[in-house]
Design a binder for this molecule. Structure first.
Ligand code: SAH
Ligand code: SF4
Ligand code: F3S
Length: 439
């Protein structure tokens, strides 16, 4: 028997890339690869890339440069680029980087085994098509290995929203929803293998509309069906668009027992003028009203968001409106980004905000967000929460896990195993996590 070949995958970008890397690793498992976390041991290196901001894309080229020595030492080493940079710049990567053997876009991962066979014969392979066939169907041959308690599951992919700053509609393609039956069977399989907390993924996950029994299913209907799976304890979903937050989904937050009180709902800006130029098709006011409805349904729901500063033409007054919106919402988490021009998107052509101004706004935004996050985390102290243990902590007998609200919690719990749920009294809010004691 020949020794298994080793595969090193480096994952950048969003949670969907994490999910995709698992699927690619499984697909190449069928070609005799086992995973390694050391690139120098690998027979194949795959970079699963992100194109969302300029810096993210640049990292890919510098990382590839670092692999040159590895390839010189081991000429049989194969190097592949997957993900959104592959989709956006595949042909150029092939041209600029002779050491790259393979380029594969997100919609072609099911073709990886054939592509791998091709590059083994010394012929470079590139596939950035948007094929008709269902890639997920071809990617679900899962091994039966035990899984960590928390997992991602892609239910929807692609985006038809075309925000003026964003590359995702170009790199992931048009919105496609997977059929509910497939998702449910994948979820059951994950639960059989130890998963307790499932995060449903989609670029616009709440626009989910999978063709199932009785017609198109909404995300809410899918969540209710997942709620019936024994052994599954927690359901989350990300990322949602404000315009697709339907009544049945808000209702699910009120009454679906396994749906967690946490929602990532990006708004990007608090200025209607900027929102309009971003092509967001909602206003700050409609967003705030939506959050009111969500909080009426689930008063303790913890809100999370994404914000961009320095979008073209953003004035100090526009930026102030963003700060005001954040003050009004009170976020538990928020992710802040400096606007980055992306080739091919409408906003790239407009008058840009000065870099120093962007930096200064980002700092002020981050200061506000940090204060808010800490304040929300502080409200957890003294409360009794349920923690899903994920892995041992840094100290003997300590376990780390997540609360309903996705805060990291550390507890002295020598008997506990990953996957256990425990009631915990929160005693302290440390920088990025909570400490508590078993009740
Ligand atoms: N709906 C998507 C959003 C992906 S991008 C999803 O699946 O999560 C995540 C965030 O990156 C966006 O919400 C936005 O805040 C930020 N972003 C996107 N394009 C950007 C750009 N050109 N410059 C800066 N930030 C950007
Ligand atoms: Fe990008 Fe907007 Fe689509 Fe989100 S909704 S993926 S930000 S275009
Ligand atoms: Fe990045 Fe593509 Fe995700 S651009 S954020 S990896 S969808």
């Amino acid at each position: 028997m020949t020794a298994p070949k080793k595969l090193f995958i480096k994952t950048y970008g969003c949670q969907m890339n994490v999910y995709d890397s698992e699927r690619m690793s499984e697909a190449l498992g069928g070609q005799g690869y086992v995973a390694t976390d050391r690139p120098e041991d690998a027979d194949m290196i795959l970079l699963n890339t992100c194109h969302i901001r300029e810096r993210a894309a640049e990292k890919v080229y510098s990382e590839l440069g670092r692999y040159r020595v590895l390839k010189e030492a081991k000429p049989d080493l194969k190097i592949g680029v997957a993900g959104c940079v592959a989709q956006a710049e595949g042909a150029e990567i092939m041209r600029r980087q002779p050491l790259v053997d393979l380029v594969v876009g997100p919609q072609s991962y099911h073709r990886l085994p054939q592509m791998e066979a091709q590059i083994r014969t010394g012929v470079r392979a590139i596939d950035t098509d948007f094929p008709e066939e269902d890639k997920f169907e071809a990617l679900t041959a899962r091994p039966k290995a035990r899984r960590a308690p928390a997992a991602f599951l892609t239910v929807q992919e692609g985006c038809d929203k075309f925000c003026a700053f964003c590359v995702v509609p170009y790199t992931r393609g048009a919105e496609v929803s997977r059929p509910p039956e497939r998702i449910l069977s994948e979820a059951r399989d994950l639960v059989d293998r130890g998963v307790r907390d499932l995060t449903l993924l989609g670029q616009n996950v709440n626009a989910y509309h999978g063709a199932g029994a009785g017609g198109d299913w909404t995300l809410a209907r899918l969540i209710w069906a997942l709620n019936d799976i024994d052994g599954l304890e927690r359901i989350r979903f990300t990322t949602s668009h404000p315009n697709d937050m339907s009544d049945d989904l808000i209702e699910a937050h009120a009454s679906c027992p396994k749906l967690m009180p946490y929602l990532h709902l990006p708004v990007q800006s608090g200025s209607d003028r900027i929102l309009k130029r971003m092509n967001r098709s909602h206003t700050a006011e409609s967003y705030l009203r939506l959050i009111e409805r969500l909080r009426a349904a689930r008063p303790d729901i913890l809100m999370s968001g994404d914000f961009i500063v320095g979008f073209p033409e953003e004035t100090e007054a526009d930026f102030q409106a963003t700060l005001d919106l954040i003050e009004a919402v009170g976020y538990g988490y928020a992710y802040t980004f400096k606007y980055s021009t992306r080739p091919g998107t409408p906003a790239a052509e407009r008058v840009q905000v000065d870099e120093a101004v962007k930096d200064e706004r980002l700092q002020r935004l981050q200061a506000l967000i940090t204060r808010q996050q800490q304040a929300v985390q502080q409200t957890m102290v003294g409360r009794d929460l349920t923690v899903l243990f994920e892995k041992p902590g840094r100290f003997a007998g300590q376990m780390g896990g997540k609360s309903e609200y996705l805060h990291a919690v550390h507890v002295h719990a020598p008997e506990a195993q990953p996957g256990d749920l425990a009631r915990v009294r929160i005693t302290e809010s440390v920088r990025n996590s909570l400490a508590g004691v078993l009740i």
